[in-house]
Design a protein around this ligand. Sequence first.
Ligand code: MD3
Ligand code: FE
Length: 207
Amino acid sequence: MVKKMEPTPSLCIRGVSIFQGLLDSAAQMEMVAALREVARMAPFFRPVTSRGQSMSVRMTSAGQVGWVSDRRGYRYEPRHPEGSNWPPIPESVLAVWSQVVPNARMPDSCLVNFYDADARMGMHQDRDEADLEQPVVSISLGDDALFRIGNLTRGGKTESVWLKSGDVLVIGGAARLVYHGIDRIRAGSSKLLPDGGRINLTLRVAR
Ligand code: MD3
Ligand code: FE
């Protein structure tokens, strides 16, 4: 088995590797165009938690399965809540995965999160995937976001970093189960999306 070299991150916080500016503005624009097609096939929806609270982040997915949440709880599903299959993960998005984690299995799910100026995501763990040995790759597009990284259990000291458009994160190894969240968005900090806001893609091996 030949092991490929992984690129070197520009920053590493609590085991989360950050590749700042990995995507140039042409690559970001191409990705946004592909994501418009994803959103046309699978419209953004506002997930509801099992407690009945609707989330401030709007979501959709691409791939074999997508992340959904409703009163029954959260899980990966082969179909959009409206019943259609999820569109395929865009090639440009898969290429980022292959670049940063060349030795991992290919992802079967790409969650697309949309943050307007007021959206946030509370501290949580990502543990719904079948194989937690596989990494998660995140791609930030549009407005800056304040990302908070905590610990393997809820609470304790945290560290924060602003994520910018074109930044790519790799979360693997011990960091895979750390608590994390998005405190706020800096509205108007990027010109990538004509109506503002932030898109975050998280690529996962879900099944
Ligand atoms: C650290 N999304 O969708 S991406 C999520 O910016 C999520 O939309 C945030 O957390 C966002 O679940 C953060 C960076 C990220 C993604 C997955 C992780 C960080 C992670 C999984 C484990 C630890
Ligand atoms: Fe998460």
